[in-house]
Design a protein around this ligand. Structure first.
Ligand SMILES: [Zn+2]
Ligand SMILES: [Zn+2]
Length: 294
């Protein structure tokens, strides 16, 4: 069954007891197992979602902020020790190849010893890293992927991604300030997964953070408020909007109703507020458990 699973739903790299985890998503579409972003916790969340790690197929990284890439190497390495024997392609912005090369160097002792001692294939031969820019990224067995450079200063290589297979389409905004060209890029998609901040939550977050003024400046310049995500979804005419990469994500004073109130100013269609492990069915199929129906 085709499905989207929001593995990690918070924005930013810090984790707190009982709170949600950084960015990663699973897209199962047309028999492909696709991971989008590899924030901390992606490996555990994939196994919790019932995915066999040695079935990993395609990995996409939207940009090299740690809340999207920190666990890329550990995910692949763990899949390898779980029996991965088929090639995996990692698509990421410029710099992804360097990350992977350095990860393999850092883990060289373990990799070499497992090849010799356990007879495993060389992990460095199983993985291909394809660095991409804006435009067409992949066209393979009916799956097409396209990228759009979004507005996430000071990061310049940050890309929204559009996945299409058998008439179904899912778009990820990546991290971005309000960026009107995303509406055209996400045109008529079945699902738009868009990042979101909540204004009053940001003020509370800034107030309790040491480096508050700088943090506030960064957030406002490089992320979108929930109503801005709703504006993109409305202009694009998507079927369902998923608010994800939530900032703040672990403020006990902020609940799902606050997010819904904020986004309903600009979006009246199907809506999902992400939480870790939430399953969203694709193409009108029913998800097995935990499916959001709001
Ligand atoms: Zn992020
Ligand atoms: Zn970012």
């Amino acid at each position: 069954m085709d499905r989207l699973v929001l593995l990690g739903s918070k924005g930013g790299p810090a984790v707190r007891s009982g709170g949600p985890w950084p960015s990663s998503s699973l897209l199962e579409i047309g028999g492909r197992t696709i991971v989008v972003d590899c924030g901390l916790g992606v490996t555990r969340a994939l196994t919790d979602a019932g995915v066999s790690l040695n079935a990993l197929d395609l990995i996409f990284v939207t940009h090299l902020h740690s809340d999207h890439v920190l666990e890329l190497g550990p995910l692949i390495h763990t899949a390898w020790t779980a029996g991965l024997a088929t090639p995996v392609t990692v698509f990421g912005p410029p710099g992804t190849g360097y990350y992977w090369q350095c990860f393999c160097q850092a883990m060289e002792f373990d990799i070499e010893i497992r090849i010799i001692d356990e007879g495993r294939p060389d992990i460095r031969d199983l993985i291909t890293v394809e660095e991409f820019g804006e435009g067409a990224v992949l066209d393979e067995r009916g799956l097409t992927v396209a990228a759009l450079r979004v507005d996430h200063p000071p990061v310049t290589d940050c890309f929204a991604l559009r996945f299409e297979q058998s008439g179904k389409s899912v778009v990820f905004s990546a991290d971005t300030a309000f960026f009107p060209p995303l509406a055209e890029f996400a045109k008529a998609a079945d699902i738009l997964v868009h990042e979101a901040m909540l204004e009053e939550g940001v003020e509370r977050l800034v107030a309790r953070t040491g480096n508050g003024a700088r943090l506030r400046e960064h957030l406002l310049a490089s992320h979108s408020f929930a109503d801005e995500a709703g504006r993109i979804a409305s202009d694009a005419g998507v079927t369902r909007l998923v608010l994800n990469h939530l900032i703040p994500a672990d403020d006990p004073a902020i609940g799902e109703d606050d997010w819904i109130d904020a986004v309903r100013k600009t979006w009246s269609g199907d809506l999902t507020i992400a939480r870790d492990g939430l399953v969203v069915g694709l193409g009108g199929q029913k998800a097995a458990s935990g499916e959001e129906t709001a």
